[in-house]
Design a protein around this ligand. Sequence first.
Ligand code: ZN
Length: 137
Amino acid sequence: MRISKQLLERIADHAAATYPDECCGLLVGQGDEVLAVEATRNAFAAESGDRFEIDPLDHVRVWEAARRAGRQILGCYHSHPDGQAAPSSIDRRLARSFGGPFGYLVVAIEDGYDCRVYSGRIERNGHIADAPLDLED
Ligand SMILES: [Zn+2]
């Protein structure tokens, strides 16, 4: 998956804005290039612990707008406030319900500003595999 530094910065900003809560969102683009980052509500925001679910209404809204623009949803992202830059065991379990291939970014954010990004992809079998992120200027 390719993404510009600017868009990656927007994901980091979203993670900082919701800190110490988890944020989540969708990556919209064409082919393997992310062209837009859409922040979504976390349906599990009220629950503690590492759990996110993109609000279903937000998901449909983003999907319809992407389709009208000739784009697709290429993946999702969420943050791990003061956590690891890697999918958690809960993340790996929940990923099985996604249809792969699907981009999967995790942003670890420490103290509300220091971000590290994990890049992976949900494979067709539901497993999350490491996948390099191509950063562009
Ligand atoms: Zn997670």
